[in-house]
Design a protein around this ligand. Sequence first.
Ligand SMILES: N[C@@H](CCC(=O)N[C@@H](CS)C(=O)NCC(=O)O)C(=O)O
Length: 222
Amino acid sequence: MGKLVLYGVEASPPVRACKLTLDALGLQYEYKLVNLLGGEHKSKEYTLKNPQHTVPMLEDDDGKCIWESHAICAYLVRRYAKDDALYPKDYFKRALVDQRLHFESGVLFQGCIRNIAAPLFYKNETEVPRFKIDAIYEAYDFLEVFIGSQPYLCGSGITIADFSIVSSVTSLVGLAPIDPKRYPKLNGWLDRMAKLPNYQSLNGNGAQMLIDMFSSKITKIV
Ligand SMILES: N[C@@H](CCC(=O)N[C@@H](CS)C(=O)NCC(=O)O)C(=O)O
């Protein structure tokens, strides 16, 4: 097998989701930092590989490129995992994982993180409207129900949906702290996820970086 390459930055939640998946699969890979502030992701070289100029991007061992973290994580399991535990083949179980992945993509990442981050980082705004914080709590309400009485988001075993969603929730807590009394299931799940091997280097440090980036920009919730 050739070499896998992951392109990314630590603060990016979807990059961290891919790292958690690669680690759970025990895969070796080269990690290439992409200088987003310097515009490296918009270079000719990068956009030839990923015209959407996003991170994460995975360059497979045969040079094929794939981007979009949810697609990357699912691909990694299908291609390299010894069994289907992280992304079950059973139609219904897979549908459940897919639902959670789409929830991360549309509601948590786009609807919460990017919706708050884009005006701060691209338009230099410093105030965040209260309704955007309310949207985070609405998402937490859903997650509390998704987890229910199970240890993980899709039941008794960890899946790529857990890797995906933990990557954004652990940064969102900087904007909308989680009260364990109001969100006991979500809080318990976060504690379980934090016990994963290499958790701090794969997700914890990067999640804190994004929290710090938010704090350095936000002056007021209005
Ligand atoms: N839904 C995508 C989101 C990817 C994304 O928007 N990544 C951000 C960093 S967190 C990025 O690359 N921004 C630079 C750009 O869009 O040009 C995924 O899961 O991969």
